[in-house]
Design a protein around this ligand. Structure first.
Ligand SMILES: Nc1ncnc2c1ncn2[C@@H]1O[C@H](COP(=O)(O)OP(=O)(O)OP(=O)(O)O)[C@@H](O)[C@H]1O
Ligand SMILES: [Mg+2]
Length: 255
């Protein structure tokens, strides 16, 4: 496999009973790319993220990350290899502070480990300090340092989405999967999001796959875009080409 390819999705199908949520989808994501995944509601976008991250096993097909076959790996194994994500339905620990939410993720890279992190067992003090410091840096990066001690459930939607990104970055990913990062954000937050996503790509040398309904964001930000409809890949290419593709226009008009 080419060095330039970070993620390869090969003939992935995921069925739920008779429903083909993802239907024989293949594509490759290049290193450093911001790759958009779009399509009408129910097209299979989130299911594909769930398959890539090991949360939902595929019915058929194979997945390669950095040339490694990850098809049958567990979610934590895939995370350890450098794949992190955010969730369409935000998954934070609501009663924990912003700082604690990021620190828990960070423990995956320390000796004490993620289990102790979740269970709240005390890690070595030195390690704890380093984890706390790094978590604070990440909160600063996403603009939430001043709210570090606030419970996650008290954040606005937009801030919760940024907190999830900070938590994902704490895993030190190479590949970051964002599931509708603009959802619930106000117009100002949406406008700032493109520049923010570009800046984290530079700063962390990331490859990013982004699911998003907000068209201006997708068109302005993504290097290439894949379009799903009823589980099938109906278009793949540069934003302008995809936007003018008759099959894509039809899929959206039929929504
Ligand atoms: N665990 C599940 N069991 C049964 N059906 C499921 C399950 N998860 C998803 N589906 C179905 O698979 C299809 C694809 O859902 P998915 O959530 O992947 O779509 P999506 O493209 O992310 O949509 P949206 O834009 O609304 O988030 C839908 O018809 C959905 O109802
Ligand atoms: Mg979805």
């Amino acid at each position: 496999m080419s060095e330039a390819i970070v993620l390869e999705v090969r003939h992935i199908t995921r069925r739920f009973g008779g429903l083909y949520a993802v239907d024989n989808v293949s594509f490759a994501v290049q290193r450093g790319e911001i790759f958009g995944l779009i399509g009408p509601n129910g097209a299979g976008k989130t299911t594909l993220f769930n398959v890539i991250t090991g949360m939902t096993p595929p019915t058929h097909g194979e997945l390669f990350y950095e040339g490694i076959n990850i098809t049958n790996k567990r979610p934590h194994e895939i995370a350890m290899l450098g794949v992190a994500r955010t969730f369409q339905n935000i998954r934070l620990f609501g009663t924990l502070t912003a700082l604690e939410n990021v620190m828990i993720a960070r423990h995956i890279h320390t000796k004490s480990g993620v289990l102790e992190g979740v269970l709240g067992l005390p890690p070595a003090p030195q390690e704890e300090r380093a984890v706390r410091q790094r978590a604070m840096e990440l909160l600063e990066l996403v603009g939430l340092a001043e709210a570090a001690e606030m419970q996650a459930r008290n954040f606005s939607y937009g801030d919760q989405r940024r907190l999830e990104i900070a938590r994902a970055l704490a895993l030190e990913p190479k590949l970051l999967l964002l599931d509708e990062p603009a959802a619930g954000m106000n117009q100002n937050e949406k406008s700032a999001l493109s520049a923010f996503i570009r800046s984290i790509r530079e700063q962390f040398n990331l490859t990013i796959v982004l699911i998003e309904h907000y068209v201006p964001l997708v068109m302005g930000l993504c290097d290439r875009i894949a379009v799903l409809n009823f589980g099938q890949l109906i278009a793949l290419g540069a934003p302008e080409a995809v936007q003018n593709d008759p099959a894509v226009i039809e899929a959206y008009l039929g929504e």
